[in-house]
Design a protein around this ligand. Structure first.
Ligand code: RIB
Ligand code: CA
Length: 315
């Protein structure tokens, strides 16, 4: 089977952990490395968590690099839903695999440069934390976008209300300037915004069915998701809490589960009340060409059945 080369840029984070586990359970993907960025929790914890998750998955061979410790310009804000450790109350053993020596930005620059020059296959990136590492990469060497096959980003809120301010989603709000650089980079972007992920609701029965598999990875996933649960039927219209980040990996593997549209997306970097708001030009008012494929819908039952099948495959 031809495997798609993938890099995950992430701030684990409970839903990041599930996204990494999904990628590592998927033979279609060749995970070249994980770049940890500050986000849900400080960088020291995100890089440590990324390694704990790789070890849980039995993949201590995956290179994990530490990336940017703070956003480009704004003051730092951390996440609210993954606990102080980033992995809720779940106790995964401290990692024995080493952190790579280089910086995540250098790893991205070198790998994408090779791909841009045709010395390796183009690389897909799932960016599921603040976009700082990629903002720096595209500022340092804009030509590396030619080495990107697809950049799948979890972030943004259009019709949906924000999850951190009334108008902004966390990953974009945490580094709006980096996000703006990324959206204007020319990279082929697929965006998984809250509008779609608010329909990817992990239901208590589904979490219980994961636990009932009585397998280590599935049980840890169930424990993580139980901690992360933001069950709020009044807000989401039904029972369950959204599982944002794994939808990016699922889109790569099962795009037929999703619907979406090509549109022009920009980020508010100045607004006093609307900082980090993403705006999509649904009706072509700006005259700007589309720069992202925005996912608008998900077949949630199919997504959760698929995720469970992949998590069950461990061991
Ligand atoms: O808004 C959802 C995003 O922010 C996800 O990437 C999640 O990990 C978070 O904190
Ligand atoms: Ca995340």
């Amino acid at each position: 089977m031809k495997r798609r080369p993938l890099i995950i840029d992430t701030d684990p984070g409970v839903d990041d952990a599930i996204a990494i586990l999904l990628a590592l359970a998927s033979p279609e993907l060749d995970l070249l490395g994980i770049c940890a960025v500050a986000g849900n929790v400080p960088l020291a914890a995100t890089q440590d968590n990324a390694r704990r998750i790789c070890e849980l998955a039995g993949r201590p061979d995956i290179p994990v690099y530490a990336g940017c410790p703070r956003p480009m310009l704004r003051e730092q804000i951390f996440g609210k839903y993954s606990g102080v450790s980033g992995l809720g109350g779940t106790l995964l053993p401290p990692p024995s695999m080493p952190l790579m020596h280089g910086h995540a930005v250098d790893f991205l620059l070198d790998t994408l440069d090779e791909a841009a020059q045709g010395r390796r296959e183009k690389v897909t990136i799932c960016a599921i934390g603040p976009l700082t590492d990629l903002g720096v990469v595209f500022s340092m060497r804009p030509s590396v976008v030619r080495g990107i096959e697809r950049l799948v980003i979890m972030g943004g809120a259009f019709s949906a209300l924000g999850n951190r301010t009334p108008s902004a989603e966390y990953n974009i709000l945490a580094d709006p300037h980096a996000a703006r650089i990324v959206f204007s980079s020319g990279a082929p972007i697929t965006l998984a915004p809250l509008d779609m992920t608010f329909r990817a609701l992990a239901k208590p029965e589904w979490v219980a069915s994961l636990k009932a598999l009585k397998r280590r990875v599935a049980s840890v996933a169930a424990e993580l998701i139980t901690f992360y649960d933001r069950n709020d039927p009044e807000r989401y219209g039904e029972v369950g809490g959204p599982l944002h980040d794994p939808t990016t990996v699922a889109w790569l593997l099962r795009p037929e589960f999703f619907t979406g549209r090509d549109v022009f997306v920009d980020v508010d970097c100045e607004g006093h009340l609307t900082l980090g708001h993403t705006q999509a030009d649904w009706r072509g008012k700006t005259g700007c060409p589309a720069n992202a494929h925005v996912l608008t819908g998900i077949d949630a039952p199919a997504f959760f059945a698929f995720l469970k099948e992949r998590l069950a495959a461990y061991e």
